[in-house]
Design a protein around this ligand. Structure first.
Ligand SMILES: C[S@@+](CC[C@H](N)C(=O)[O-])C[C@H]1O[C@@H](n2cnc3c(N)ncnc32)[C@H](O)[C@@H]1O
Length: 201
């Protein structure tokens, strides 16, 4: 089982485990994003996605349960000269504010089923009407591949899981399939993912 301590140890190595550039899929959604809105990144690790969104002019809050990751996120934001409200928090237990965010980025956050459902419910509550949720996570076909992802199969996403957890949202697009990852030392090569964009009506 992955723990915050395990993530602290990974992040303490000094390198950015997923690179400093944002996730490609999140970047590709930039055209949809509201200028100057509020964004939340759940499980944002070392902050690459939160810092990217802050650079676009969004007011960004990030949560991650690894204090070492959050410290690196703050340092990356300072280095890039952007404001980032980076907090240490468990995504499954955070007190998600009601209708607070125009965008939620859920990028490679893999949780056990009960915690995943709790975090998804929190994200639904936290989205403003018209707000977008962007997700990219590994799918079951990733099992056994060396290009990244959790070891426990129950942590993997599927299109069906996403459609079920985000059922109250409008689907803008959702796919499950192969992509080529080039994101730091931990995400390299052909990978099987679910990615999608949902909108709160
Ligand atoms: C694969 S990394 C992805 C980090 C970041 N989203 C990115 O794409 O660069 C997964 C992250 O989820 C975080 N995480 C795992 N379980 C968590 C939980 N229950 N609450 C908050 N963060 C969690 C880990 O600490 C880690 O930073």
């Amino acid at each position: 089982m992955s723990t915050s301590l395990a993530w602290d140890e990974r992040y303490a190595s000094g390198d950015f485990q997923f690179g400093e550039a944002p996730n490609d899929y999140l970047r590709a959604q930039s055209w949809r994003l509201p200028p100057g809105g509020r964004a939340l990144c759940v499980g944002d690790g070392e902050g690459r996605n939160g810092v990217f969104l802050a650079g676009l002019g969004l007011s960004v809050t990030t949560i991650d349960w690894s204090p070492v990751g959050v410290e690196k996120a703050r340092a990356l934001a300072a280095r890039r000269g952007v404001a980032l409200d980076a907090r240490v928090a468990d995504a499954a237990a955070w007190d998600y504010p009601e209708a607070a965010f125009d965008l939620i980025a859920w990028i490679y956050l893999h949780l056990p089923p009960a915690e995943r459902a709790a975090a998804a419910a929190g994200c639904l509550r936290a989205l403003r009407p018209g707000g977008l949720l962007v997700l990219e996570c590994f799918s079951p076909a990733q099992e056994g591949r060396r290009s990244g992802g959790p070891k426990l199969p129950e942590l993997l996403w599927s299109r069906a899981i996403a459609e079920s957890l985000f059922a109250p949202l409008e689907v803008m697009e959702v796919t499950e399939g192969a992509v080529r990852l080039d994101e730091g030392p931990r995400h390299q090569g052909l990978a099987e993912v679910v990615r999608g964009v949902w909108r709160r009506p």
